[in-house]
Write a protein that binds this ligand. Structure first.
Ligand code: XMP
Length: 326
């Protein structure tokens, strides 16, 4: 019988058999798939697994803590954190072109992961152990998709942070290969992962880097992070977050508009809310969120985030608009 409990048991057995006494590493992205894959492998081989988290500084508020604190608390996994915030910021300095940003983030991610990998290999070698396996959160739809043509890949270079160097010497462990997303979420819940991780909506690998229209800087990330946190908090509080596929919050960093706040004229930046409904992200419609909710998000953002004096709503379907702005 195909129950979540059985899937866990079966996979734990299979992983033990595959890995034996060797060691494994697993990259965590902050997303559902890598977290569930890592939690499964942790359950199977415990201390033989080291998880790697490259902190590229492009995650949303609270997400780094979800990995560093909550994931570790829930699983007991050994975690290697690479603080690479500066590395990504300097690589992105002066770059506004979306494809250029994606390429830089992808390239730096691979380099950062390789550096972390080296440190872990050396540590293992000092123990006389060998790291032979790399854990990946590949799902069934990914397996199918990589066999066929992927249309979307031609429109934007979709790389998954967590997508890795091609010249790798590792054997792959892919415990989620037979599963769909909702099954992965169920397995994650069964393994005791917190709801914030298991129920997380899709979020692009390049993170907030492609939600700042213009150059990515530390200040701009800070502004977007605050606005995004408010929007997500209110969407969750309204109970409508499960009806929405995702709601990118975008900072138009190169655009300024005049406003009046308190008794002064301001010259701030607009924020765009992009709530969408979708089945599979290939097509999407803009979500008809209640006006009261939109008003609340708008009021809070313009009151609490000093640099933002205008909140706008994106009412474009996909196609012609993509879900993300870059
Ligand atoms: P678009 O903007 O192409 O997005 O309509 C479709 C879905 O893919 C997500 N997305 C990404 N996911 N790496 C990812 O892992 C990426 O580079 C990337 N770009 C877009 C987007 O959030 C939406 O769910």
């Amino acid at each position: 019988e195909w129950t979540t409990g059985n899937i866990v048991e079966e996979q734990v057995e299979a992983i033990r058999e595959q890995v034996g006494e060797a060691r494994a590493i697993c990259g965590l992205s902050g997303g559902v798939d890598s977290a569930v894959a890592a939690a499964l492998v942790q359950k199977a081989i415990g201390e033989q697994l080291t998880c790697v988290f490259v902190d590229h500084g492009l995650l949303r508020e609270g997400e780094v803590e979800q990995v560093k604190r909550d994931f570790v608390a829930a699983t007991g996994a050994k975690l290697y954190v690479a603080d690479d915030k500066e590395r990504f910021l300097s690589a992105l300095a002066g770059v506004s072109d979306p494809e250029e940003k994606r390429k830089i983030i992808g390239r730096e991610f691979i380099r950062a992961f390789e550096d972390a990998e080296k440190a872990i290999l050396e540590e293992a070698a000092a123990d006389g152990a060998k790291v032979e396996f790399l854990v990946q959160g590949t799902l069934y739809p990914d397996v199918v998709e990589s066999g066929g043509g992927e249309g979307a890949a031609n429109i934007k270079s979709h790389h998954n942070v967590g997508g890795l160097p091609e010249d790798m010497q590792f054997k792959l462990v892919e415990p989620l290969r037979a599963l769909f997303k909702d099954e992965v979420r169920a397995v994650g819940a069964e393994l005791g992962l917190p709801a914030e991780i298991v129920q997380r909506q899709p979020f692009p690998g390049p993170g907030l880097g492609i939600r700042i229209i213009g150059e990515v800087t530390a200040d701009r990330l800070e502004i977007l992070r605050k606005a995004d946190a408010i929007a997500r908090e209110e969407l969750t509080a309204s109970g409508l977050d499960q009806d929405v596929w995702q709601m990118p919050v975008v900072l138009l960093a190169d655009v300024r508009s005049v406003g009046v706040q308190g008794d002064g004229r301001t010259y701030g930046h607009p924020i765009v809310l992009r709530p969408v409904s979708s089945e599979d992200a290939m097509t999407a419609d803009w979500s008809r969120l209640p006006y009261d909710l939109l008003a609340k998000i708008s009021n809070r953002i313009t009151n609490e985030v000093q640099e933002v004096n205008r909140v706008t709503l994106d009412v474009t379907s996909k196609p012609p608009g993509t879900i993300e702005w870059e």
